[in-house]
Design a protein around this ligand. Sequence first.
Ligand SMILES: Cc1ncc(COP(=O)(O)O)c(C=O)c1O
Length: 463
Amino acid sequence: MSTAETNLPPRIRVIPPGPRSVALGRRLRAVESPNVTFLSDEFPIFWRKARGSNVWDTDGNRFVDLTAGFAVAGAGHRNPRVVTALRRQLAQLLHGMGDVHPPEIKVRLLERLAAISPFSDTRTILANTGSEAIEAALKTARLHTGKPGVIAFTAGYHGLTYGALAATDRELFRVPFEDQLNPHVVRASYPHPFRPPAGLEAADDIGAASLADVQRLLDGSGGDSIGCVIIEPVQGRGGDVVPPGGFLAALAELCRTRDVVLVFDEIYCGLGRTGYMFAGEHDGVSPDLLCIGKALSGALPIAACLGPAEVMDSWPESTGEAKHTSTFLGNPLACAAALASLDEIDRLGLAARAREEGARFIEQLQVLAEHHACVGEVRGRGLMIGIDLVRDPDTKEPDPELAGRLIRAALRRGWLLLAGGPEGNVISLSPPLTISRALLDSSVRILDELLLEASAGPSSAAD
Ligand SMILES: Cc1ncc(COP(=O)(O)O)c(C=O)c1O
């Protein structure tokens, strides 16, 4: 299948959500916990099939997915080589005994991860979700240092299982469970150049301020019990925030001098998305532990926590009962998808593609922003891009309502978008890394039109 066939423009047959999606929404409301899927008159569409950059809904509409399904479909939806690998695996083995009698393909995947890892002698713990990979990293840091304390960052997102949730910074997720969360997590300010912490200006050295924050926590009361710093090298759900150059290297150096394990959560930003295999490479820095997920398989639930032997070997050798495992660990289908997906990232040069196309795309969006007062900033790295929408360019007050109107209007025209940032005011773009330049160019034109319409207010044509 040609690139053109996997990068088709939108085709709307019935205004989404169409009647089939609406009917499925009603059925879902009756059977799913109400917290899970957001249902309204205008949301959601129900997916039927996907291919490359396109998704088709149950009403026959064709969309362009500028989210890659939560940044999962890095090598494109239903990548043919991933599908072939899955077919082959389907004919062999669907389930193994991950930590007892493992599927042979688990070994191949672990060897492959060791080959792409930034460490020279890599050991890996496989997981089923990103959150679980974070749990493995937090446990590893605890075992390695003997210290329970963790420094996480403002607006960081590491998942919603209890261990990961303690490191995640979003009231919406935390408040109902606050009294059950690990009390050993403290927070430093993430260096957000566009939205610096109170008391600082954008022109100030935001990176130095954030480092000083980490230092203060390490030196303060309880600092001796801190054994782990966890950070997203580029914040994803926090609003596509890129730290200033040199910050990650300085943070790594600080952690090294204080014997603190540095965890890079690259579940969102890793595997080519920001223009390098790992986002830490922008600063030429490796962490002590590295978590990946999402685009690892591009399809099935699998994630991993990687580390050098000297850190990972803090885990005791199994004597029959693994201290950290799960029923589906190293699931053969997920391993097959991951191996094929990693091959595709490599074969198609997707990191370099993200770097080149992303730079061009960001530049075009930044030009567009000059014509829209409601765009406070366009930022990003590679194909991980945020459009920060504001009510007023001077106060930079976030405008989540505008983001919502824009996303709904885009959906009606066949473009899938997501809101990011703690306030939900950032249009978060993370298309498949295989997306065509033509589609990226069309998306700039559409965003231009939609911003014009949506910023005219709730009763405008965009609404
Ligand atoms: C940076 C980061 N870490 C961890 C997670 C959690 O991954 P999962 O949803 O697979 O548990 C996410 C999910 O969006 C993420 O973006």
